[in-house]
Design a protein around this ligand. Structure first.
Ligand code: PLP
Length: 398
């Protein structure tokens, strides 16, 4: 049968990480050895105390549907966690638990955005923002996140992007793909602007626990922001739980109710045992210790990778203050980022992502994840160096 697809399907983008991973797996099936630096998830295992909590939950019957927005004790624990992290008194009714924080993004857009609206998205930024905004017939407006500004949103520039059609501002700190972190001054300036221009903000803080130089500042926590901010977070990155699929949002109650309806109409609920395991993630000191150990290890890897990349002629790499990505400028090598992504994978077996798959302002950069061992990072650096040495600017593809 010839399936006829709805027009809107052509508006959806993708995450190139999944595509590059699929290509890398094909090469591996042919016997090639690939170093995976395209991945967007911690390489460590979920802390054992959280796995034990999930096992206990399953053994005590957490195998049924739950209320759509989550089991009450799990929502309460999430609310306490948000209050602790942001200082904003947050109740269970402000919190929605979903199968992955991506759903919070989708539900915010479905709840608030009409075709023709404008949504300001970071560029380069997590590609799903742009994809879902377009899918709903709205226009993603790029807010440039530039190396020259230390990969921080330029608030003066942002002011000029706001029009009468702007309905939502998406902010992501610490950021994918740059590792950039907004300072307290940046966050306060964004908050002031949002209040002045009466904007709703989606603050994606999924990497909020992974910072290296100072505390993460939450937009949700700034005075006057909780009533106009959706805090989007989850257990995926902090506790290495990507495959468990549990995200959460903290938001005004009337929006949380809309999300409850959307959950009833889609997933029904997040898996019961992952919700109960999340309580252990949020509340056990052992879980905090695990996060600290992971971040300390990421810091060593970040430094190794940044120093190694900066030794390669033509490569300029900032030392990011958060997440587990570096986003070097490779334009001085003579390569463009897409050819370099392909050559690194096909010729020397290193999987990375072209910066332009995160938005037009990512051109001239590649993203490398350091969620991989020190040994593999060193091997990857050797391979990248050898490819770039063998093809200096003069002979690199244009
Ligand atoms: N937001 C950003 C910036 C991400 O990089 C990711 C995953 O890579 C997500 C959200 C989605 O996370 P989750 O696993 O909670 O759906």
């Amino acid at each position: 049968m010839n399936l006829r697809f709805a027009d809107r399907m052509s508006l959806l983008g993708t995450e190139s990480a999944f595509e590059v991973l699929a290509h890398a797996r094909r090469l591996e099936a042919e016997g090639r050895e690939i170093i995976h630096l395209e991945i967007g998830e911690p390489d460590s295992s979920t802390p054992q105390n959280i796995i034990d909590a999930a096992t206990r939950a399953l053994n005590s019957g957490a195998t049924h549907y739950t209320p759509a927005s989550g089991i009450l004790i799990a929502r309460e624990a999430t609310a306490r966690y948000v209050t602790r992290r942001t200082g904003v008194p947050t109740a269970a009714e402000n919190v929605v638990l979903v199968p992955g924080s991506k759903n919070i993004l989708l539900f915010v857009l479905l709840s608030l955005i009409e075709p023709g609206d404008e949504v300001i998205v970071p560029d380069p930024g997590y590609p799903i923002y742009r994809s879902l905004v377009s899918f709903l017939g709205a226009t993603p407006v790029s807010a440039p996140i530039l190396q020259a500004n230390d990969f921080r949103l330029d608030v003066d520039h942002l002011r000029g992007l706001i029009t009468p059609r702007t309905r939502l501002l998406i902010v992501n700190s610490p950021a994918n793909p740059t590792g950039g972190v907004l300072t307290r001054d940046d966050i306060e300036a964004i908050a002031q602007l949002a209040i002045e221009r009466d904007l709703v903000v989606l603050s994606d803080e999924i990497y909020g626990r992974i910072t290296y130089d100072g505390e993460h500042v939450s937009l949700y926590g700034i005075d006057g922001m909780a009533e106009r901010t959706v805090l989007m977070d989850g257990v995926s990155k902090a506790w290495a739980m990507c495959g468990w699929r549990l995200g959460f949002g903290a938001m005004p109650v009337e929006l949380a109710r809309r999300m409850d309806t959307l959950m009833i109409n889609s997933s029904s609920c997040a898996a019961a045992f992952t919700q109960l395991a999340a309580i252990e993630a949020f509340e056990s000191p052992d879980s905090d210790t695990a996060v600290e150990a992971m971040v300390a290890e990421f810091r060593r890897r970040r430094d190794l990778l940044v120093d190694g990349l900066n030794r390669i002629p033509g490569v300029v790499c900032r030392r990011p203050a958060g997440a587990f990505y570096v986003f070097p400028d490779i334009s001085g090598t003579g390569w463009n980022e897409r050819d370099l992504q392909r050559a690194l994978l096909d010729e020397v077996g290193v999987a990375v992502l072209a910066g332009s798959s995160f938005g037009p302002h990512g051109a001239g950069h590649i993203r490398l994840s350091y969620a991989n061992s020190m040994v593999n990072l060193e091997r990857a650096l050797d391979r990248i160096t050898s490819l770039l040495r063998a093809t200096p600017a003069a002979v690199a593809p244009a």
